[in-house]
Write a protein of this length. Sequence first.
Length: 187
Amino acid sequence: MPADNHRILSRDVEATVIPAGEVLVLPAGTHVDITHRLGGNFTVVCDHGMFRLLGKDADAIGEEEAAADAEQASAKKDDDHEGPPDEATLWDALKTVYDPEIPVNIVDLGLVYSLSVEESEPEEYAVHVHMTLTAPGCGMGPAIADDAKCRLEGVPGVDRAQVDIVWDPPWTQDMISEEGKMELGLI
């Protein structure tokens, strides 16, 4: 691990245990190594195991919150958007979501099976996503689905989002996009 990825937590931080999905607090002073910077979040390892830290806690490891996250939050706050959200923007938002163990976004991994937008109330739009995971026992599933939900709700025009994890059809590596396969060295 390169020395520039070694950090010491400057404060207590809530972290999600990978792959169990449990949330615990890593105390200030914990030595961690950053293994991935994915979608504005961080995968770190330490003597206690492997964890996902949210981008909002970037300061605790001497990093800055990802510019894309700050821009998305700003766009939502200044939401003068009228009409349904742009579908391409919704897919782009999902491409910022990662399984913290795999350096390919959930769209290119083939985990997102469907995305739909409906007008739930006059001028209120709900996004519904069906997605799966690479393995049924993955404890990170709820964290990944919640990350997807938050990213979608950050898109102008989205009033709420629902992300459901489904198991049919079962995921296989054949569902990974060409770009994802290249990133993973599968082609």
